[in-house]
Design a protein around this ligand. Structure first.
Ligand SMILES: NC(=O)c1ccc[n+]([C@@H]2O[C@H](COP(=O)([O-])OP(=O)(O)OC[C@H]3O[C@@H](n4cnc5c(N)ncnc54)[C@H](OP(=O)(O)O)[C@@H]3O)[C@@H](O)[C@H]2O)c1
Length: 246
C-alpha cells in the first residue's frame, strides 16, 4: 500500500520509536496521522493529531476505533520492558504488565481496528516486535515472552485477516536508541532507520522487517538456536563453562 494518502494511527507516539514512526509517516505524505498516547499533550510532532489512548483500557480502545474510523494503517508500537527475570523477580507483576501491554494491548487494538481496516479496503497493520520475539534474552526474559506472544498473534492475525486483504507486517530489531534501551551500553540502531525500513516494507507489501544485523543473525540461527544462541549466552551471562552448558 502507499503511505501517501493513507490515514495512520501510531500507538505510543509521544516519544521514542513511536514519535519516529509518526514523523516518517508525515514526511511520506500520509493524509492524516493520529498519534495515540496515554498523555496526548505529549504528542507534539508537527502534523500529528493527538489521541488519548492507554492500550490496556478496552473501553478506550473501542472508542478510539469508533472515533478514528478512517484509519487504513495501524502501527502497534506501544510497549513496556521491565528487564525482569523469570525466577529472580520478586513477583509476577513485571511479567503480567509486559503481557498486558505488549500482547493483550496489541491484540485488543487489532481486534478493534480489523473492521475499520476492512471497511477501508484492507489496509495494513504494523506490529513492532523485537529480536526477542525469536529467542529469550537474559537481559529481559519476561519481556521476551511477551514479544514471542506478540509474534504469535501477528502470525495468527495475518491468516485471519488475509481474506479482507490486510497486510500484516512484523518488525524486529535488537537495540534501538530510545529511552527503553537507554541503560544499555551497546550499539543501537536509530529509530529513524527502523521507521524508514518499516514503511518501505509496507509500501513493498513485505510481511517482515529484520531491521538490524542481530535480528538477521538470530532469525538465521533458529534451526541451531541452542548451540548458536543459548549456549554462548549461558557462558557470558551465567558463567557456565562451555563443557557444562546444557
Ligand atoms: N528500544 C529498543 O531497544 C527496542 C528494541 C526492539 C523493540 N522495541 C519495541 O519498540 C516499541 C517502542 O519502544 P521504544 O523503544 O520507543 O520505547 P520507549 O521509549 O520506552 O517508549 C514506549 C512507548 O510505549 C508507550 N506505552 C507504554 N505503555 C503504554 C500503554 N499502556 N498504553 C499506551 N502507550 C503505552 C509509552 O508511553 P508513555 O510515554 O506514556 O510511557 C511510550 O510512548 C516497543 O513495542 C518496544 O518493545 C524497542
Amino acid at each position: 500500500m502507499k503511505i501517501a494518502g493513507s490515514v495512520a494511527l501510531v500507538t505510543g507516539a509521544d516519544r521514542g520509536l513511536g514519535r519516529a514512526f509518526a514523523r516518517e509517516l508525515v514526511s511520506r505524505n500520509a493524509a492524516r496521522v493520529y498519534g495515540a498516547a496515554r498523555n496526548p499533550a505529549a504528542v507534539t510532532e508537527p502534523g500529528v493529531t493527538p489521541i488519548a489512548l492507554d492500550v490496556t483500557n478496552p473501553e478506550r480502545v473501542a472508542r478510539v476505533a469508533r472515533e478514528c474510523a478512517d484509519v487504513t494503517l495501524l502501527v502497534n508500537n506501544a510497549g513496556v520492558m521491565k528487564a525482569s527475570p523469570f525466577i529472580g523477580a520478586p513477583s509476577l507483576d513485571a511479567a503480567r504488565l509486559e503481557m498486558e501491554v505488549n500482547y493483550f494491548g496489541t491484540l485488543s487494538i487489532c481486534r478493534a481496528f480489523a473492521p475499520v481496516l476492512a471497511a477501508g479496503g484492507g489496509g495494513a497493520i504494523v506490529n513492532m516486535l523485537s529480536v526477542t520475539s525469536f529467542y529469550t534474552s537474559p537481559l529481559d526474559p519476561s519481556y521476551s515472552a511477551s514479544k514471542a506472544a506478540e509474534l504469535s498473534l501477528t502470525n495468527g492475525i495475518r491468516m485471519e485477516l488475509s481474506r479482507q486483504g490486510t497486510l500484516v507486517v512484523a518488525v524486529h530489531a535488537s537495540f534501538i536508541d530510545t529511552d527503553m534501551a537507554a541503560g544499555i551500553d551497546v550499539p543501537k540502531i536509530s529509530p529513524q532507520s527502523v521507521a524508514r525500513q518499516t514503511f518501505d516494507a509496507v509500501e513493498a507489501g513485505e510481511i517482515e522487517v529484520l531491521a538490524d544485523e542481530r535480528s538477521r543473525f538470530v532469525k538465521a540461527s533458529l534451526p541451531r538456536d541452542h548451540e548458536l544462541i543459548y549456549v554462548p549466552l549461558q557462558q557470558v551471562f551465567f558463567d557456565v563453562p562451555a563443557k557444562d552448558s546444557v
